[in-house]
Design a protein around this ligand. Structure first.
Ligand SMILES: C[S@@+](CC[C@H](N)C(=O)[O-])C[C@H]1O[C@@H](n2cnc3c(N)ncnc32)[C@H](O)[C@@H]1O
Length: 353
C-alpha cells in the first residue's frame, strides 16, 4: 500500500466511507502524496502523453485559431489568455511562439496559468519565457475579455458516481473490506441533479457528476457572457455521461484505481453537456471530434510544411504524431473539442456545422 493509501485507510476507519470525488481529489492533489503534487507525469518516461507533448503542431494551430477568434472579435487591446491545468507548459509556449507573427496579438494578451501543483508550476516557469501569472483558481484571474484553453484539464476534476436502482440512486463510495480499500454503494438517494436522468437510464446504469467541473464552467460562462471571448475545451468524453469511466494510468498502462493511491493518474471522461449547461447563458458549439477539429484548422497543411525540413526517424515520428492526433483509431475520435462563446459573437474557427 502507498503512503497515501495508508492515510486514506486510517481516515475511512475514523470517519467512514468517502465518495469517488473525494478519493480522486486526495489521489491527485494531496499536498504531500498527491499524484500532481509530486510527479511530472508526462512523456515517454512518464505515465501518459498529452496532445501538446506529441507534437508542436497541436499548440501552434490552437494558437492561430485563438488569434483568429481575437481578430474576429475586433482585436481587443486587452484580453486575458488563460490556460487551465497547463501541465509542463508546452501548449502555452507553442501558442505564444506561433502567434508572434500576428500583429498586436502578444501586446494585447495577459497570460494567466491556473495550476495547483507546485511541481508543475516550477516546470511551467522553465518552459514559458513570456511573463505570466500563476493562480490557484479561475476566480483569481482578473475580469476581462477571455481567451481560454483547457486541454485534458476537466478529466482530472473529482467526479462522483451514482448507480441507478429503481427510480432512485445509490452513490458509489470507497470503504474498507478486510482492511483494504474497496468500492461499495451508499444508501438510496435522489439528488435533484439526476432527476432528468431517469428517462434515459435503466437499472444499474452508472452516471457521473463532477461538481467542480460545473463550478468552473459556470465561471467561464459568466466571464464570457459579461466580457466576451471564448473558451476551448478539449478532452476525452462525450455529450452525456453514461457508465463508469474512472480510469487509472501508470506507466502508460491501465491499473486498478484503488491499487496505488497517489501514484497513478486518475481520470474520468468529460460530460460536455454538463459543462455546456453550467456555462449558460454563454453559448456552446457542437462537440466536435478532435481529428475533425484539427483538420479544419489546417493541421495537415502545417504537417506538410514541417515535413519538408525533416528526414529519417524525425520524419517518421512526425508522420506518426500527425496520425496520433487526428486518426479515428487514435486520439481523433475519442477526444472532442467544444467552444464556449458569447452569443452575439462569431462561432470560433473549427466548429462549423
Ligand atoms: C492531464 S494534465 C494536462 C496538462 C496539459 N493541459 C497538457 O495538455 O499537457 C492536468 C493538469 O491539470 C492540473 N490540475 C489538476 N487539477 C487542478 C485544479 N483543481 N486546479 C488547477 N489545476 C489542476 C494538473 O496539475 C495538470 O497540470
Amino acid at each position: 500500500m502507498t503512503p497515501l493509501g495508508e492515510l486514506l485507510v486510517t481516515r475511512i476507519r475514523q470517519t467512514g466511507p468517502m465518495s469517488i470525488a473525494e478519493f480522486m481529489a486526495e489521489c491527485l492533489m494531496h499536498p504531500r502524496f498527491g499524484y500532481y503534487s509530486t510527479h511530472d507525469p508526462f512523456g515517454a518516461g512518464g505515465d501518459f502523453t498529452t496532445a501538446p507533448e506529441i507534437s508542436q503542431m497541436f499548440g501552434e494551430i490552437i494558437g492561430l485559431s485563438l488569434a483568429q477568434a481575437w481578430m474576429d472579435r475586433g482585436s481587443s487591446a486587452a484580453v486575458n489568455l488563460v490556460e487551465l491545468g497547463p501541465g509542463r507548459g508546452t501548449l502555452m509556449a507553442d501558442i505564444l511562439r506561433a502567434t508572434q507573427s500576428i500583429p498586436g496579438f502578444l501586446d494585447a494578451v495577459d497570460v494567466h496559468l491556473v495550476e495547483t501543483s507546485p511541481a508543475l508550476r516550477a516546470q511551467q516557469s522553465k518552459t514559458i519565457s513570456t511573463p505570466f501569472t500563476h493562480h490557484n483558481s479561475l476566480e483569481d484571474v482578473p475580469e476581462g475579455p477571455l481567451l481560454l484553453i483547457a486541454n485534458e484539464f476537466f478529466d482530472a476534476m473529482p467526479t462522483r458516481q451514482f448507480q441507478r436502482t429503481g427510480d432512485a440512486w445509490r452513490e458509489r463510495i470507497i470503504g474498507l473490506q478486510e482492511g483494504a480499500l474497496a468500492f461499495g454503494l451508499s444508501d438510496q438517494t435522489a439528488p435533484a441533479f439526476l432527476a432528468d436522468r431517469i428517462q434515459d437510464t435503466k437499472d444499474n446504469d452508472i452516471v457521473e457528476h463532477a461538481p467542480a467541473s460545473q463550478a468552473i464552467a459556470s465561471e467561464i460562462g459568466h466571464r464570457i457572457d459579461t466580457h466576451g471571448g471564448l473558451a476551448l475545451i478539449i478532452d476525452y468524453g462525450d455529450w452525456r455521461s453514461l457508465g463508469d469511466t474512472l480510469q487509472a494510468l501508470s506507466n502508460h498502462q491501465s491499473v486498478s484505481p484503488l491499487d496505488t493511491p497517489g501514484q497513478a493518474d486518475l481520470t474520468t471522461h468529460v460530460d460536455f453537456e454538463a459543462i455546456a449547461r453550467a456555462a449558460s447563458p454563454a453559448k456552446h458549439s457542437r462537440v466536435t471530434p478532435q481529428g475533425v477539429f484539427l483538420e479544419r484548422l489546417g493541421i495537415t497543411h502545417r504537417a506538410q510544411v514541417l515535413a519538408k525540413s525533416l528526414q529519417g526517424d524525425a520524419l517518421d515520428n512526425h508522420i506518426k504524431a500527425h496520425r496520433r492526433l487526428t486518426h479515428p483509431e487514435e486520439m481523433g475520435t475519442l477526444f472532442k473539442a467544444m467552444a464556449i462563446y458569447k452569443d452575439t459573437e462569431t462561432l470560433p474557427p473549427g466548429f462549423e456545422p
